[in-house]
Design a protein around this ligand. Structure first.
Ligand SMILES: NC(=O)c1ccc[n+]([C@@H]2O[C@H](COP(=O)([O-])OP(=O)(O)OC[C@H]3O[C@@H](n4cnc5c(N)ncnc54)[C@H](O)[C@@H]3O)[C@@H](O)[C@H]2O)c1
Length: 418
């Protein structure tokens, strides 16, 4: 259930592993696109998998009746932030209800697997009772498991097929065993735990990765004041095997559909339990301030932004994706607009998604077009093609280039914290 980044990639990869997959998605346009072999999102390798499996052993549908004949069903719907930052579980509940109603007719043992990122206790306290109530089944006919997803957008297919680990939470071993079987063929350690521990593993992983980024940004901000390149520092730091070199890249902060919302959900969960999650609150605060430092830096370089033409290169929250959810480019563009700048933006993939969030800026077809006659340029996404830009910066009215990701090779670019 759910044909977004997680549901669609999982479906295509399970099909590649040899399973028969029915993907249930409520958005008819997505269903049509998937069945005709066209992924509605960009993910490296996904188009190839869809051309191979769509219409053969992978079918998308809007109807839940297909679950009756399935051995396993995976809930992969969204769990966005609610108004107070806690996880909004309404889509998980709705999917569980539809699933329960459709399971009334099922005969063989069926395992419901929660793959969406949900707070500890959700599978046991929300999914299990909702499904049992709407299916009318007794517990022996159904199994329940929680199988968090760790894929990174942009590398989702690769991450699914070559995971660092597969975490499976279940109460009964029989349910977890069936989930483990679904992954047969992949080489990865399997971590078998309880339902809530599986749910918590996902939040703790994302919280730690987000913490590493905010930590690196804080060190980077201090380094910048003393004239130290934080990337030189982190090269040495990351070689310590207890730390690892990953997620130590200082820059404009983390975005995307997971880190900001999952850290917020963890904060609200802790608070609800009477804890004060100080570290996680700081992780968010550093991250909120970080992109605005780009605008401060820009003002220090060119003065008032009123009427200035600013090229923004990169709109996706990271490279190799068209996803702009919580992208740092959004905060920067809003701040630039507030200060009266005129914005010309370019992204190789994410323009149409960004246009829906920010319709009233100029979108360009190339970096060169965005840079032409610009007073300044901000680089927000680490697209490799930006690393090849050089003479294009000569098209600018003045060559003021500030990067929020370390990707440029031109010498006069200034880093946000290097
Ligand atoms: N995107 C990631 O990188 C990533 C990585 C790991 C985990 N997760 C988690 O996985 C979950 C899904 O994330 P996503 O990025 O794939 O979300 P998404 O918004 O891209 O996709 C969710 C899909 O579910 C569909 N949907 C909603 N209600 C439905 C229902 N009742 N029945 C069938 N389909 C329904 C929506 O139309 C949408 O296409 C979230 O909990 C997220 O936190 C995401």
């Amino acid at each position: 259930m759910g044909g977004g980044y997680v549901g669609l990639v999982s479906s295509a990869c399970f099909a590649e592993l040899g399973h028969s997959v029915d993907l249930i998605e409520i958005d008819e346009a997505k269903v049509e696109a998937i069945n005709s072999g066209k992924p509605p999102i960009y993910e490296k390798g996904l188009k190839e998998l869809l051309s191979k499996h769509a219409g053969r052993n992978l079918f998308a549908t809007t109807g839940y009746d297909v679950v009756c004949d399935a051995d396993l069903s995976f809930i992969c719907v969204g769990t966005p932030s609610g108004p107070d930052g806690s996880a909004d579980l309404s889509m998980v509940e709705a999917a569980s209800k539809s699933l329960g109603e459709s399971l009334q007719e099922h005969e063989a043992y069926h395992v419901v697997v929660v793959k969406s990122t949900v707070p500890p206790g959700t599978t046991q306290d929300l999914v299990v009772p909702t499904i049992l109530r709407h299916s009318g089944c007794d517990e022996a006919a159904l199994g329940f498991a929680m199988n968090p997803e760790f894929l990174r957008e942009g590398l989702a297919v690769q991450d699914f097929m070559q995971p660092d680990r597969i975490v499976i939470g279940s109460v009964e071993a029989k349910a977890g065993n069936l989930v483990e079987l679904a992954y047969r063929g992949l080489k990865a350690p399997v971590v078998r735990v309880g339902l809530s521990a599986a749910e918590m593993t996902k939040y703790a992983s994302n919280a730690l990765l987000a913490t590493k980024i905010s930590f690196s940004n804080e060190i980077g901000n201090i380094c910048k004041k003393i004239g130290i390149d934080v990337y030189e520092v982190m090269r040495g730091v990351g070689m310590d095997h207890r730390i690892s070199p990953h997620f130590l890249n200082a820059g404009a902060g983390f975005g995307g559909s997971c880190f900001p919302k999952d850290v917020m959900a963890m904060i609200r969960l802790g608070e609800g339990l009477g804890e004060d999650p100080l570290l996680l609150k700081s992780v968010i605060e550093v991250n909120e301030r970080q992109p605005l430092r780009m605008v401060d830096l820009l003002e220090r370089r060119i003065g008032s932004l009123l009427g200035k033409e600013v090229a923004v290169l990169g709109l996706a929250f990271k490279n190799d994706t068209d996803d702009v959810r919580d992208s740092r480019a959004v905060s920067v563009i809003k701040e630039l607009k507030r200060k009266g700048a005129r914005i010309r933006a370019y992204d190789p993939l994410a323009t149409s998604n960004m246009r829906r969030i920010v319709p009233d800026i100029e979108y360009c077809e190339s970096a060169a077009e965005a840079l032409k006659n610009a007073d300044a340029c901000l680089v927000m996404t680490e697209w490799p093609e930006f690393g090849e830009l050089d003479e294009e910066f000569d098209l600018m009215r003045s060559r003021v280039v500030i990067e929020g990701r370390k990707i440029l090779f031109c010498e006069d670019a200034e880093g946000i914290c290097w």
